[in-house]
Write a protein that binds this ligand. Structure first.
Ligand SMILES: [Zn+2]
Ligand SMILES: [Zn+2]
Length: 182
């Protein structure tokens, strides 16, 4: 299985700078980005895409800089943190990036990242920023249900399916090891 730890090269999401007008409505582009069977790897685990990533990018000028806003939504599945059953999650992300040719940038506000361009270019390639917006909004874990009983620490069975009858000892496993040594 192909694992993505960065955006796939097939994601070409350029915003033509000449299409961004100095005054007026923000330039808006929409992308449906496929994963082509690859999974996203982050936090040391796999997130299986259940749908293409829906992305909306808007761009407008703020004096001589271009401010872009990346909004995205997606659906993934990942193993339940307690019982490991694949669990579907919906994610949303929203980040702002300011592109500038200036040497020094005043932080626009806490929610906007400033990116210094090293020279004039015709297009802003947004794939790295879409990727960043995606992974920063992936949850570290998920629960298949709020009261998931998890796997039995004694026999390893899924305690949601049936009660395995093992002595229920939910204490800290490290303490159990200590006890067994004493
Ligand atoms: Zn579970
Ligand atoms: Zn058990």
């Amino acid at each position: 299985m192909r694992r993505l730890v960065s955006f796939p090269v097939e994601w070409a999401c350029g915003i033509l700078i000449s299409s961004v007008r100095k005054n007026g409505e923000p330039r808006e582009e929409r992308f449906e980005l496929p994963f082509d069977g690859a999974v996203v790897e982050y936090w040391g685990q796999d997130y299986t895409p259940l749908a293409p990533l829906s992305v909306r990018i808007s761009a407008n000028y703020a004096s001589d800089d271009i401010v872009t806003r990346v909004s995205l939504s997606g659906a993934f599945s990942l193993p339940c943190s307690r019982c490991l059953a694949e669990t579907g999650i919906a994610i949303e992300g929203d980040m702002r990036y300011l592109f500038t040719l200036r040497d020094t940038v005043d932080a626009p506000d806490g929610d906007t990242d400033a990116i210094r361009l090293d020279g004039f270019r015709a297009e802003l390639e947004m794939s790295p920023y879409i990727w960043e917006t995606l992974i920063l909004n992936l949850p570290e874990g998920a629960l298949c249900k709020e009261d998931c009983k998890g796997l039995c620490p004694v026999c390893g069975r899924d305690r949601n399916a049936r009660d395995c009858g093992c002595a229920s000892d939910d204490s800290d496993p490290r303490l159990r090891v200590l006890k067994s040594l004493l």
